[in-house]
Design a protein around this ligand. Structure first.
Ligand code: FES
Length: 136
C-alpha cells in the first residue's frame, strides 16, 4: 500500500516529541478518522529553529508529520505557512489516494502552530490542548 520512502519515514520518524516551552503549538484532528497531530515549534526571529511532532494516527499521518517537521526546520514562518500538503506528498514520492487527507493534518498543524506563535507575539494567551484541538 505504501512506498518505501513512506515506510522509512514511518519506521524511523524524525523529530518525534514535544518542545518544552515551545513558541508555537498547533493541534489538529481529522473529524472522520479521529486521528490527532500536535506540532510544537521553536522560533527565533521568525525562523523555525526546531520542530517536533506527536501524532496519534495512521502510517501516512506519522510519515507526513515527520517529513513536514524536517521540511520546515530552518525556514521562515512565511515559507512554512506556504508549505502545502501536496509538497509533503511529493517529497514522500506519493501516498495512496485514500491517504492524501492524512497529509492535510501536517499542513494544518503547522499553520495552527504558527498562528499560535503570532497570537503569543501579540500578547494573546493561547491554550492548545485536546479540548480545543482544531478539526480539519
Ligand atoms: Fe486518519 Fe490517516 S487515517 S490521518
Amino acid at each position: 500500500m505504501y512506498n518505501d520512502r513512506v515506510m522509512e519515514a514511518f519506521k524511523n520518524p524524525k523529530n518525534v516529541g514535544e518542545i518544552v516551552n515551545a513558541d508555537g503549538v498547533g493541534m489538529v484532528g481529522n473529524a472522520t478518522c479521529g486521528d490527532i497531530m500536535k506540532i510544537t515549534l521553536k522560533i527565533d526571529n521568525d525562523i523555525i529553529t526546531d520542530a517536533k511532532f506527536m501524532t496519534y494516527g495512521c502510517t501516512a499521518a506519522i510519515a507526513t508529520s515527520s517529513t513536514a517537521t524536517q521540511m520546515i526546520i530552518g525556514k521562515s514562518i512565511d515559507d512554512a505557512l506556504a508549505l502545502k500538503n501536496a509538497q509533503i506528498v511529493e517529497y514522500l514520492e506519493g501516498l495512496p489516494p485514500q491517504k492524501i487527507h492524512c497529509s492535510v493534518l501536517a499542513e494544518e498543524a503547522i499553520k495552527a502552530a504558527i498562528e499560535d506563535y503570532r497570537n503569543r507575539q501579540s500578547g494573546q494567551r493561547t491554550v492548545v490542548d485536546e479540548q480545543n484541538c482544531r478539526m480539519v
